[in-house]
Design a protein around this ligand. Structure first.
Ligand SMILES: [Zn+2]
Ligand SMILES: [Zn+2]
Length: 251
């Protein structure tokens, strides 16, 4: 009996090890069965100069970007793993377009590391709900999954959060890309794009975090914030993988 148990445990461990990559998913070097190697992990945790409110990459050290001074976003704070720069566009594409779901685990892990750096454990515990930014149902059907949902799932496994992952928002419009549009055009593109799902969750007085893969102009996120705030949400934070830098061309 003991032999069979030992055999079973050892076979299970072998299978588990075989499922884990022995090479870093970012640089390809040996990673001792971790998703990323120590070197890449450290490189990501290096602070980048950015707007303390919206996370927009800034060329020099200043606290708040010009856009936030003119038209502050509705969210409280945005935290990003990085700008829209190598290797992140490639990692996100592997998840979204090549359906390599292990990259969802990697991106969730990287995001969790940045969150641990940016929030105390007490602050993390004050969060009530984690909301992946929804995809339009048609896009969701074609892709088969929502990448923000996969990232949020992986993130929750890494943090001591009491927050629950919920999806109370419907995306009613397949909006076109926001870049290159004027503020007025963006608002028109996004008007009525999001609504609360029915039956809805009671979000009154709650602190929620929106999860997205890439935030470019911030207009989509802002539109979801408006929807949440009108449902009584007290505070919205945004956590994403890539936030555009000055001069970036995110898609
Ligand atoms: Zn590496
Ligand atoms: Zn800003």
């Amino acid at each position: 009996m003991l032999y069979f148990l030992t055999r079973l445990i050892s076979e299970s461990q072998a299978l588990f090890s075989a499922c884990l990559p022995s090479h870093c998913l970012m640089c390809g070097l040996h990673s001792a069965d971790q998703l990323i190697c120590q070197h890449c992990n450290q490189a990501i945790l290096t602070e980048r100069p950015c707007c303390l409110h919206c996370g927009y990459g800034l060329a020099q050290t200043q606290n708040v970007c010009g856009e936030c001074l003119k038209h502050p976003f509705k969210f409280n704070r945005l935290v990003a793993v990085s700008g829209y720069q190598a290797p992140f566009p490639a990692l996100i594409k592997k998840l979204k377009y090549q359906h390599q779901l292990i990259y969802g685990d990697l991106l969730g892990l990287l995001l969790a590391n940045i969150v641990k750096q940016s929030y105390s454990e007490d602050q993390q515990k004050q969060i009530d709900y984690i909301l992946p930014v929804p995809l339009h149902p048609k896009k969701h059907r074609i892709r088969g999954f929502n990448q923000a949902h996969l990232i949020a799932d992986a993130l929750l496994k890494q943090l001591p959060l009491r927050a629950k992952l919920v999806t109370p928002i419907d995306r009613n419009k397949a909006t076109t890309a926001q870049e290159g549009l004027t503020r007025k055009q963006r608002n028109l593109n996004l008007s009525n794009a999001f609504s609360m799902a029915v039956p809805t969750l009671n979000l009154q007085g709650k602190h929620v975090v929106l999860i997205d893969d890439v935030v470019t102009t911030g207009a989509t996120i802002n539109s979801i914030c408006e929807c949440l705030l009108s449902a009584g949400v007290k505070k919205v934070d945004v956590w994403c993988i890539s936030r555009t830098e000055l001069g970036d061309q995110a898609n």
